[in-house]
Write a protein that binds this ligand. Structure first.
Ligand code: PEP
Ligand code: MG
Length: 568
């Protein structure tokens, strides 16, 4: 099966079909004579949920941590809580609701009540309420609930699509590879696969209907191929290929601590993109000289409340300390688009990628931004931290965000809390608007970081996650390259610098052109750092400049890639 190569490497293993069945809540009223049977359905679902929880608890009691035992106990108590039963039965009997609707409504009300409490511990319990409610609803519908959180053996995950929060929860030690029906090369799922160094093929359209649980499969993340029920010859061939791939990776890694200096002495910075703190280890192992993009939104996912200032501070400080003085560029919350938070109301939007997201949302909710900026500032005392605002389209947005930053700074000063007062502040250039007025935006910032994932999607009007038009998603399109050049030039003219944290920065085929355009910093998924360093160390800046000049005169990405392929 041919799909889109999303994350390199070879995986050989058994298929695990991850199907999240959607639950439909029937909102139609019931008749008087159905009340008893609906209450009975609720009782059955409740008892089944309790039995399941008890069975799991018994089975894995020895392996659970104290905290996990506590969670199970809390879940069990909630299932048997009379408040819940009373509320559900009342909605069925008085409001003539179906059991599903009555459970959903009751759970939501209890959840909201917990959410409104000041106590952090009780707020956390709100998530348990949701979990218990979801379990009951699945039981009521006779459907099985699946999760990627705890897998008991190594698998190749096959699914329609993975949301960023599914991927963040995934037991990454057990996932050998993954395969999805939907998605493009630069969907967040693909990016995370690369970060976690898990081979992946996306956009296969009918993988979930062709692959069955337990079947053997090979995922070739280099070529975007999935082989179902491989023959012995194929298995042998791919085992060898896998070994070769791993050997090459190891060889490259041995040199990865060398600096990225061209043959004629131009040095550029090579950094890693991370979404979770656990990725710092891989960044260091692969020779990252900094974190060029910390996607902080993952810190906000898979929970029921916003992380507190203190919680955020501890995470940012830890990353800064682990990076021992190397720069860490923390991007302020980029939520919305394909990344929502279960505990925050997002409006229904026809075009979420063009909607209420990133800096737009943060400027409307300054409380969220200020908490985050305060946490970042506090952490800046413990390393070299830089701040980056996402999705900027105007000078006004930068100024407004900086006003909030100034407020946070003054409060810290007033309270004698140390922070880096000259912390660098930059923006992601990921909209054509920002690129086109880069010469004006530069006055308000210390640096630019080009986000080619979104810049490509918005410049070409091609959804980055849509497999049907994946062939049109071309970061090497002359229009995108022209914008990149404008941004770099605008920053240099003002004595400042430009980095790139979009996936293009880690593309083997693009690095020479970007280098030749004058890019100062390249930030990418950790796994690609060694090869990118090697390419840079083997070319002169003079040659790269000549190649970039030629490429910038070309009129299609086909022409560009063909020329670059031949000049290698
Ligand atoms: C980008 O848009 O290029 C980027 C780095 O941000 P994200 O992929 O998180 O949207
Ligand atoms: Mg982006």
């Amino acid at each position: 099966m041919q799909g889109i190569a999303a994350s390199p490497g070879i995986a050989i293993g058994r298929v695990y079909l991850f199907k999240k069945e959607k639950l439909e809540i029937d909102l139609k009223s019931i008749e008087e004579d159905q009340i008893n049977s609906e209450i009975n359905r609720f009782e059955v679902a409740k008892n089944k949920t309790r039995d399941q929880l008890e069975a799991i608890q018994k089975k894995i009691l020895e392996t659970l941590s104290e905290e996990e035992v506590g969670i199970f106990t809390a879940h069990l108590m909630m299932v048997s809580d009379p408040t819940l039963s009373y509320s559900v039965e009342r909605y069925i009997a008085v409001n003539k609701m179906r059991a599903e609707a009555a459970i959903d409504k009751s759970i939501n009300e209890i959840w909201e009540m917990f959410q409104s409490l000041d106590d952090e511990y009780l707020k956390e319990r709100a998530m348990d309420i949701r979990d218990v409610g979801t379990k009951m609803l699945y039981n009521l519908a006779g459907k099985k609930m699946v999760s990627l959180k705890k897998l008991d053996h190594e698998v190749i995950v096959v699914t329609t699509d993975l949301t960023p929060s599914d991927t963040a929860q995934m037991d990454s030690d057990k996932v050998l590879g993954f395969v999805t029906d939907a998605g493009g090369e630069n969907s967040h799922t693909a990016i995370m696969a690369r970060s976690l160094e898990i081979p992946a093929v996306v956009g296969l359209r009918d993988a979930t209907s062709s692959l069955k649980c337990g079947e053997m499969a090979i995922v070739d993340g280099n070529k975007g191929i999935v082989i179902l029920n491989p023959t012995n010859d194929q298995l042998e061939y791919y085992k060898l290929l896998k070994e070769k791939y791993q050997l090459r990776k190891k060889e490259l890694q041995e040199l990865c601590d060398l600096p990225a200096i061209t043959l004629d002495g131009r040095k550029v910075e090579i950094a890693a993109n991370i979404g979770m703190t656990k990725e710092v280890k891989a960044a260091l192992k692969n020779g990252a000289e900094g974190i060029g993009l910390f996607r902080t939104e993952f810190l906000f996912m898979n929970r029921t409340t916003f992380p507190s200032e203190d919680e955020q501070f501890r995470v940012y400080r830890k990353v800064a300390e682990q990076m021992t003085g190397h720069p860490v560029m923390i991007r302020t919350l980029d939520i919305g688009g394909d990344k929502n938070l279960g505990y925050m109301d997002f409006p229904y939007e026809l075009n979420p990628f063009l909607g209420w997201r990133a800096i737009r949302m943060c400027l409307d909710r300054p409380d969220i931004l200020k908490t985050q900026l305060t946490a970042i500032l506090k952490a800046s005392h413990y390393g070299c931290i830089r701040i980056m605002y996402p999705m900027i389209i105007s000078l006004d947005e930068i100024r407004k965000a900086n006003l909030i930053l100034d407020e946070a700074k003054s409060e810290l000063k007033k309270n004698d809390i140390p922070f880096d007062n000259s912390i660098q502040v930059g923006i992601m250039v990921e909209t054509p608007a920002a690129a086109l007025i880069a010469d004006r935006l530069i006055e308000a910032v210390d640096f630019f970081s080009i986000g080619t994932n979104d810049l490509t999607q918005y410049t070409l009007a091609v959804d980055r996650g849509n497999e049907t038009i994946a062939h049109l998603y071309q970061p090497m399109h002359p229009a995108v390259l022209k914008l990149i050049k404008m941004v770099i030039d605008a920053s240099h003219k003002d004595g400042k610098w430009t980095g790139m944290c979009g996936e293009l920065a880690g593309e083997e085929g693009a690095v020479v052109v970007l280098l030749g355009m004058g890019l100062d910093e390249f930030s990418m998924s950790s796994g690609t750092i060694p090869i990118i360093k090697k390419i840079i160390r083997n070319i002169s800046y003079g040659d790269a400049k000549k190649i970039a000049e030629k490429v910038l005169l070309m009129s299609s990405s086909d022409e560009i890639t063909e020329y670059l392929d031949n000049s290698n």
